[in-house]
Write a protein that binds this ligand. Structure first.
Ligand SMILES: *Cc1c(COP(=O)(O)O)cnc(C)c1O
Length: 453
């Protein structure tokens, strides 16, 4: 009988995260202070972030960073995750390709985000922090952090964009079940929120506003830190447990991927699955293709520009060297909420600039078609975000079929879609459309922001 799932044991949970920056010939440029335009130092991050992650953020020399025992202990709740051979999908596509996926949807909150949430909560706890804050759009990061905060005995306040707070009540319930305080943003609990609400009482919120509220609360509350679920280097680092496990599991399967694919929002699950494989390319010159799957409506890697830009809509964060559509870019309201981000983290942006990876942009209807095929073939309803990676994997498999050649494909299933069924309803009812961005839109947007390269 052929093997469907390649399973590791708890003792095989990685003992160190992989810091790809140590192996990069061209290191990512530093983040800059937006006022002075000077490179940020590790200490500059301390008021907002734990020292543990601030140190990781700036670490350019250590390729391996030990995972604290307490974090590995909690990873056991669902890790190692299975590597699955998608026989059903291969059959449906009638392809000679071998398709594998790493199933991160088996985590208690249904996505990869817990890999970093637990690490971030751990360092806060270690350093005597009692309270943490964050913002959340669709609610995946907030859900992950809620469980992580509870696991380490921290109080968590999540600012959830008001429109999502009302439209996605179940993610809010998940956060509340884990004991987090969820506040619809804009709120009256911060100066930033009060100002907006006084000027525009009916404002339905945005991630930018939610970030300013979460940051303000963290800065003004003793023993309180802020956390972020993607984009920053330390988040990429924590997610490498995905690829490190997959590396061993591909060995168990007796194969090596020709191509590794991850969907792309700010880059955390993509980095998680791909960096350990990219390592072989950087250190041993191994042939392997790496593809980021992004929405056609938010195509920062395929259509954006490499330059310094703010990490948030409102322009509060340090300047980050990134492929960006401009922090003022307003992505269409696609259902893959986790991919509606204007830029890419600095490590991925440097790798992209150096031609070490590629990107593909996928239209919304194609992602739902891929998702439906995958669900019917493999029995798992994928998150709309993950469906972008599935669409690219399917394209690769169909290409292999056309060429009549074997090809080994690995993609990351970053999460399941069981809390996104409203989106599937709309797709099934024929109510979904495609949104595309023109080069003129992008150019116009970028022309409005200060050019620092
Ligand atoms: C948040 C999220 C993403 C996008 O974020 P990345 O940091 O780019 O990984 C992708 N998939 C799922 C399931 C998510 O929850």
């Amino acid at each position: 009988m052929s093997t469907k799932k390649f399973l590791l044991e708890e003792k095989d949970i990685p003992t160190a995260w992989y810091n790809i920056v140590a192996d990069m010939k061209n290191k990512p440029r530093p983040m800059l202070n937006p006022q002075t335009k000077q490179p940020l130092k590790e200490e500059d991050l301390y008021p907002l972030f734990s020292k543990g992650v601030s140190h990781q953020e700036m670490n350019t020399t250590d390729a391996w960073i030990e995972i604290p025992e307490e974090v590995r202990e909690l990873y056991k709740v669902w890790r190692p995750t299975p590597l699955v051979r998608a026989y059903g999908l291969e059959k449906m596509l009638d392809t000679p390709a071998h398709i594998y996926f790493k199933n991160e949807s088996v985590s208690p909150i249904g996505s990869h985000k817990l890999n970093s949430a637990l690490a971030q909560a751990y360092y806060c706890k270690q350093e005597g922090t009692t309270n943490i804050t964050t913002e959340t759009g669709a609610g995946q990061w907030g859900a992950a952090l809620s469980y992580a905060a509870k696991a380490f005995g921290l109080e968590l306040a999540v600012y959830m964009v008001k429109v999502s707070y009302h439209q996605k009540p179940y993610r809010r319930s998940i956060m509340q079940t884990f004991g987090a305080q969820v506040i619809a943003s804009p709120s009256m609990s911060t100066k930033a929120g009060r100002k907006i609400l006084t000027d525009h009482p009916n404002y339905q919120g945005s991630l930018g506003t939610a970030i300013s509220e979460a940051v303000e609360l963290a800065m003004q509350t003793p023993n309180c830190k802020y956390t972020l679920g993607s984009v920053l280097n330390h988040v990429m680092l924590h997610q490498t447990v995905i690829g490190l496990e997959a590396e061993k599991q591909m060995e168990m399967a007796g194969e090596y991927p020709d191509v590794v694919i991850g969907c792309f929002g700010g880059g955390s699950n993509f980095s998680g699955i791909t960096f350990p494989f990219l390592r072989h390319k950087l250190t041993e010159g191994k042939e392997i293709r790496i593809v980021a799957a992004e929405p056609a409506s938010c195509p920062k890697l395929t259509r954006g520009q490499f330059q310094y830009d703010f990490g948030d809509e409102a322009g509060y964060t340090p300047l980050i060297p990134m492929f960006t559509l401009g922090h003022n870019f307003a992505p269409a309201n696609i259902h893959a909420g986790g991919l509606r981000y204007h830029g890419a983290g600095s490590i991925v942006s440097q790798l992209m600039k150096d031609g070490l990876m590629n990107a593909a942009d996928i239209k919304q209807l194609d992602t739902f078609q891929a998702a439906t095929m995958f669900a019917q073939a493999e029995g798992i309803i994928p998150a709309p975000e993950s469906s972008h990676a599935i669409a690219v994997a399917i394209n690769e498999a169909l290409q292999a079929k056309e060429e009549g050649k074997q090809r080994t494909i690995l993609f990351n299933l970053s999460g399941h879609g069981l809390i996104d069924m409203a989106a599937y309803d709309q797709y099934l009812a024929g109510d979904l459309g495609n949104y595309e961005v023109t080069d003129e839109d992008v150019a116009k947007n970028l022309a409005e922001i200060e050019k620092i390269i």
